[in-house]
Write a protein of this length. Structure first.
Length: 162
């Protein structure tokens, strides 16, 4: 979605919004032993995420962060880029997806320009410092610091047979 003719404290912005593109490629899923699959992923292409969610589904590649069994939620500060999924039934196919997410918005948190939060299932990037201002698509009134809608969730998936 583009912003046209928007005026914020005398500054006019034109053009398309820039969605944050997250990626942890390459992602690999390796069968280590019967009932043991190891997932590995690369460094994230953006630093604005807070948690990596690993989702497993026996019926197909998970389409979103709640489409299957959440097997791990790993904070950005955690070391390493591997996860061992243990105790799986043998002879079955499992589909995995990794989702990078952002923190949920809080009215008591102070945000600075560039911070990304999730609000009502949509990710917003703060375009100005604020506290207690509900994220919303860029306002045309200029009465509140705007938030910019971003791409909040990015998945990378792999399929592996145990």
């Amino acid at each position: 979605m583009a912003v046209y003719g928007y005026d914020y404290y005398g500054k006019s912005l034109y053009g398309a919004e820039t969605a944050v593109q997250y990626s942890v490629e390459p992602v690999t899923a390796t069968s280590i032993a019967p009932g043991h699959i190891q997932l590995a992923w690369g460094a994230a292409s953006q630093n604005t995420w807070n948690v990596l969610r690993i989702v497993r589904n026996a019926f197909g590649v998970p389409a979103h962060g709640d489409d299957g069994t959440v097997i791990a939620e790993i904070p950005q500060s955690a070391p390493g880029r591997t996860w061992d999924d243990l105790g799986l039934p043998t002879g079955r196919v499992f589909y995995y997806a990794l989702f990078l997410g952002v923190t949920a918005w809080s009215s008591t948190t102070a945000y600075t320009a560039g911070d990304i939060v999730s609000y009502n299932g949509i990710a917003y990037g703060a375009m100005a410092s604020s506290t207690g201002i509900t994220p919303e698509p860029t306002s045309t009134t200029g009465s509140r610091p705007p938030s910019q809608r971003t791409g909040s969730e990015r998945r990378r998936s792999r399929t592996v047979r145990t």
